[in-house]
Design a protein. Structure first.
Length: 279
């Protein structure tokens, strides 16, 4: 991990005065991409990822099937990826590597250079293997779960391994910006941080995307994932700097539903925002 380069990046962010954003990674990944970025970088925790991959590559397909809670065919593919992990030719930028529902709606391959540059300063992609990723960090396809315990994770779960490493980095990156964290990740990924500490230190703005059927609000997972990806794209394209600038975001019938009087001078802790689709 190049700590000096990271803190240099933080100082650069401080001058830009924007929000930091977190987005979950995805289990579905692309094998290749034809998109070339102007600048690519190494992940902060590439050494840790290398150790995880080296150990997991030694696991049998049956062991991986159990550990990753997946089919035999997916476990076989995961093993091949871990065995191929040090093949530099098969690495690609993180934002172009994932192909889950959120990333299908993010459509990173169509973003402009300025959008990507904004993302490289303000978007964190959360990963069980790599910890924290910037969009232009080069990564290899993989599959991993947060509850797995490895020798490389000191016998702890992946969740617990990352907590002391990632929490302060995320907090400091938010403070070096404007003190606001836009939470577009799934709840599962909160467990790689000391989430209580984050809520005590910074302002967390978390959008929710719900379907209203005339009786009650429902959470439809595929819609929520789609909206998180689409909102990430909206933030990068429009260089969003304030939570109130999110309110004009709309996607496939989802519109902001006011639940708070003001988004100015938000306190530390959690502020929830609702986007609603009426059916």
């Amino acid at each position: 991990m190049d700590v000096r380069a990271y803190w240099k990046q933080l100082l650069k962010c401080k001058l830009l005065n924007n929000m930091q954003i977190i987005l979950s990674s995805a289990k579905l990944m692309n094998a290749t991409t034809s998109v070339q970025l102007n600048e690519v970088t190494e992940p902060l925790f590439c050494n840790e990822a290398d150790k995880f991959a080296l150990e997991l590559g030694q696991h049998t397909v049956e062991e991986l099937k159990s550990e990753l809670k997946c089919s035999i065919s997916l476990a076989q593919a995961a093993k091949l990826n871990f065995l191929d992990f040090f093949n530099e030719e098969n690495k690609m930028p993180a934002i172009l590597a994932y192909n889950g529902q959120a990333y299908k709606c993010l459509k990173a391959h169509t973003l402009e250079t300025s959008d990507m540059e904004f993302g490289n300063n303000h978007l964190w992609i959360l990963s069980f293997l790599y910890g924290l990723l910037r969009p232009n960090n080069m990564i290899h396809p993989y599959r991993l779960e947060g509850k797995i315990k490895l020798e490389a994770s000191n016998g702890e779960s992946i969740f617990d391994f990352w907590k002391p490493l990632l929490t302060d980095i995320l907090i400091e990156s938010v403070k070096a910006d404007d003190g606001i964290l836009l939470h577009l990740a799934t709840e599962e990924y909160q467990h790689i941080f000391d989430w209580k500490k984050i809520l005590n230190e910074v302002t967390v703005v978390q959008p929710y995307f719900k379907v209203f059927d005339g009786d009650k609000l429902k959470n439809v997972i595929v819609y929520a994932k789609s909206c998180r990806g689409a909102m990430t794209r909206y933030v990068l394209q429009n260089k969003i700097t304030e939570p109130e600038d999110l309110l004009n975001f709309e996607y496939e019938g989802f519109n902001f539903y006011p639940t708070t009087s003001s988004l100015k001078a938000l306190p530390k802790g959690l502020t929830e925002l609702l986007w609603r689709l009426d059916v």
